[in-house]
Write a protein that binds this ligand. Structure first.
Ligand code: GLN
Length: 486
């Protein structure tokens, strides 16, 4: 049976690969756009969609060229790399043309001009760029603002996206934020307690980035972009998004009682624009990933445990045992977030695969290692005499294992297994690293829209806690039941 299980595992893995490759080969004419959707008015999350100036332009041009556009949200530092490695066809993220970036990718015609500007709190003593020296300056990691501050002022504090830097400024953790002019205007329109200093630090041009090998796309794209510039369509798109953000109302709460502020904050974070829906959808994604990862973890953990135990007890299955040991060492010796990133960016680097599937595979493979060791400890806890008794009664090794040892072993380790699943649920909170909108990421999205840390984070924590409490309760009951049956 051990041998069969081994073959079975290989078969499942092969089937999964075929399925994945099948997904990758789905051949509609698709244009994949890489972006960082936390840069209003250029790109931001709204409901289920990513909207903004860049998506609107890419959708318009993509449509004219006969593509359906698929938007992949990722960190800003990854968008250029995504185009370079072929993970995306075009990067559109308010990207400034710089000589360094030109070495990595080809740029389209410029479509916007911009500046790096300084935003501070209304009452700040900082009035000019000279006042910034020695102050706490926030930037978005990997941007031209980051490069400018690092080269000309000092080491800044680097944030993964612009709204998080603004949030830190509002919370009094920074003295200033250096950021692109248009997003600065949006943040100020939303929070009237912020001001922008008049001075501009840089002059920049934005363009879209395309792989240097893909000159055909570059040529077609530029031709359409030029037409949009000439016809005034480009300006109309840009003005539309700028205006819709300029009219956003301020949410800076001044002179209110604690209860009043709490109520307003609740309204802003959950009720306004139905933001609670992010939590609901995120929760569903978290549950979906956890559920399937648990199944995969069991599917992997079981055979691994049996192979390892059989190898220990019989001295056979040397090669499968070695493979299992390697798997356990690697998986248990590296952080799950690194495994997730390797699976997404390296193993499936060039394949266009559903991100939820990637997460299920990554968390399933990770959990499998822990499940394997838990089940193995269960098998080890069963008295060796039982195996001998089974064998002397005429049962084969496989029969004794599956009929006598495993049922008892499983019963012994059920609480530990349950615990592993609770841990897994919480570990999926790093799924946002590959831009999956799980529960934690849902909280991040709300935070990036409201600049409020307290409510979204507490809500997310409470949801996790509730699920864990429910699972722990169920586990407790199960344990009691098992004890009674003994
Ligand atoms: N324009 C800046 C840059 O290209 C910032 C872009 C962004 O944060 N999306 O570096």
């Amino acid at each position: 049976m051990v041998k069969h299980l081994y073959l079975w595992t290989v078969a499942v893995a092969a089937a999964a690969m075929l399925l994945i490759c099948g997904c990758g080969r789905e051949q509609s004419k698709k244009l994949i756009m890489a972006t960082n959707a936390a840069f209003p008015p250029y790109e931001y999350v709204e409901g289920k969609e990513i909207d903004g100036i860049d998506p609107a332009i890419i959708r318009a041009i993509g449509g004219k060229l006969g593509y359906t556009v698929e938007i992949h949200d990722m960190s800003f530092e990854s968008v250029i790399a995504a185009v370079q490695t072929g993970k995306a066809d075009i990067a559109a993220a308010g990207i400034t043309i710089t000589p360094e970036r030109k070495k990595q990718v080809a740029f389209t015609l410029p479509y916007m001009i911009a500046e790096q500007v300084i935003i501070v709190m209304g009452k700040s003593p900082i009035k000019r760029s000279q006042d910034l020296k020695g102050k706490r300056i926030g930037v978005q990691h990997g941007t031209t603002g980051d490069t400018f501050v690092t080269a000309n002022i000092q080491e800044p504090e680097r944030f993964t996206n612009a709204p998080l830097a603004v949030q830190a400024l509002l919370a009094g953790k920074l003295d200033a934020v250096v950021i692109d002019s248009e997003p600065a205007s949006v943040f100020i329109a939303q929070r009237h307690d912020l001001v922008r200093l008049k001075e501009a630090l840089t002059y920049e041009e934005y363009a879209f980035a395309i792989n240097r090998e893909n000159s055909a796309l570059l040529k077609d794209f530029n031709a359409e972009l030029q037409k949009m510039i000439d016809s005034g369509e480009l300006k109309r798109i840009i003005d539309h998004y700028k205006e819709s953000h300029a009219s956003e109302q301020s949410s800076g709460s001044v002179n209110q009682s604690f209860a009043g502020r709490l109520k307003e904050s609740f309204y802003l974070n959950f009720v306004k624009e139905q933001r609670w829906m992010y939590l609901v959808r995120g929760f569903a994604v978290t549950l979906e990933i956890t559920f399937f990862a648990v199944l995969l973890g069991i599917g992997i953990g079981f055979p691994v445990a049996v192979i390892r135990s059989a190898a220990d007890q019989t001295g056979r299955f040397k090669l499968p045992d070695l493979c299992c040991r390697c798997y356990l060492t690697v998986i248990r010796g590296t952080p799950v977030v690194v495994q997730l990133l390797i699976i997404y960016f390296v193993i499936f680097g060039a394949v266009n695969i559903d991100k939820t599937l990637v997460a299920v595979i990554a968390f399933g493979i990770n959990s499998g290692a822990y499940v394997a060791e838990i089940i193995r400890s269960g098998i080890m806890s069963i008295d060796r005499g039982q195996m001998e008794a089974g064998r002397s009664l005429g049962l084969s090794y496989t029969q004794t294992m599956s009929l006598v040892i495993l049922p008892q072993a499983l019963k012994n380790v059920l609480p530990a297994l349950g615990n592993e699943f609770i841990v897994l649920l919480k570990e999926t909170s790093v799924a946002g690293y590959i831009a999956l909108q799980d529960l934690t990421k849902a909280g991040d999205i709300i935070r990036s829209q409201t600049y409020d840390a307290f409510m979204p984070l507490v809500a997310v924590a409470l949801i996790y806690l509730t699920v864990v409490l429910i699972l722990t309760g169920l586990l407790g009951r199960l344990e009691k039941r098992l004890k009674k049956n003994e």
